[in-house]
Design a binder for this molecule. Structure first.
Ligand SMILES: C[S@@+](CC[C@H](N)C(=O)[O-])C[C@H]1O[C@@H](n2cnc3c(N)ncnc32)[C@H](O)[C@@H]1O
Length: 285
């Protein structure tokens, strides 16, 4: 179902040092939220983490789970800025889990597992999941009409892992309009199949259907322009390291990531893609 471990490693295990060159200093690999024209990517990433933590109603004593925790930016934010005493992350990437656990952030633990297969008795009071859902359903499964069932199984698992009264700060990329020209179609196909194999960005309507009967949608915020700006900034930073990247990881890596990030900037402009943040409340009783 969706991206398997080998496919996730294609997306995230090129090298931690490669991603460190062009992401923000905390290595958020998802859309930031810009409050002004001049705001830095670093500050905008903190805004994003604050919004999702507020959606999840995070307080210091709550046990928080970050599903698809990447290199631990949100976990670190929860421990430092929100004084959360216990935050657990789960990721399918070995390189990310090793990086998070090596940092020994007080109160933070990272589990290397497929979330959908993770067997644990642990329960959480608050959930955050930032662009992990985008890996859950493959293009083939979507064509077979399985997307809503797959997302519903995820929301059910999220429900089962929480205590009554839990809140959930969710963020996903969205797919919207289908390109009508060959180049854009080919570039989006390339991003889906070469950079993020096994996954497919969801449609908003599929998510709104799939949360039932587990979560109530309180807020949906659309952030298409923010993701365009985030990916443009990643592209600018990556190009600034072109010579080093070509020398260290080879021409193919630079050319692939240049094509992928350029496509993202265009896709958000043309409304092929968008981004949404959701405030969800657990349905109890
Ligand atoms: C785009 S990254 C986002 C990382 C992080 N949330 C951030 O904001 O930087 C997607 C994350 O989802 C994780 N992931 C994808 N499929 C997963 C699965 N089935 N179980 C656990 N983690 C998964 C990847 O390993 C990666 O950490």
């Amino acid at each position: 179902m969706g991206s398997n471990k080998d496919e996730v490693q294609v997306s995230y295990d090129v090298s931690n040092e490669f991603f460190r060159l062009w992401l923000d200093e905390r290595m958020n690999y998802t859309c930031a939220v810009f409050e002004s024209e001049n705001q830095s990517l670093e500050a905008a990433q903190l805004n994003k983490l604050a919004i999702l933590s507020d959606f999840a109603k995070v307080t210091p004593e709550k046990r928080v789970l970050d599903i698809g925790c990447g290199w631990g930016a949100c976990l670190e934010y929860l421990a430092s800025a929100r004084s959360v005493k216990e935050a657990v992350g789960v990721t399918l990437s070995s390189a990310q889990a090793a990086e998070v656990n090596a940092r020994k952030i007080p109160g933070v633990r990272c589990v290397e597992s497929d979330f959908m297969k993770w067997e644990t008795e642990e329960k959480f009071d608050a959930l955050i999941s930032i662009c992990m859902l985008d890996h859950l359903c493959s293009p083939a499964e979507a064509r077979q009409g399985k997307a809503i069932d797959i997302y519903r199984a995820y929301f059910k698992k999220c429900w089962e892992m929480t205590n009554p009264g839990a809140w959930f700060g969710l963020q996903t990329i969205l797919r919207n309009r289908v390109p009508r020209n060959k180049k854009d179609l080919e570039d989006i196909y390339f991003c889906t199949h070469v950079i993020f194999p096994g996954g497919l960005n969801p449609r908003l309507e599929d998510i709104l259907q799939a949360v039932n009967p587990y979560w109530e949608v309180i807020t949906v915020k659309q952030r298409r322009r923010d993701y365009q700006r985030t990916t443009a900034e990643w592209l600018r930073r990556m190009r600034a390291h072109e010579a080093n990247i070509r020398k260290t990881w080879g021409d193919q890596v630079f050319d692939d990531y240049d094509r992928y990030l350029s496509t993202c900037v265009r896709a958000f402009e043309a409304f092929y893609s968008s981004l949404a943040q959701y405030e969800l409340r657990r349905l109890d009783g």
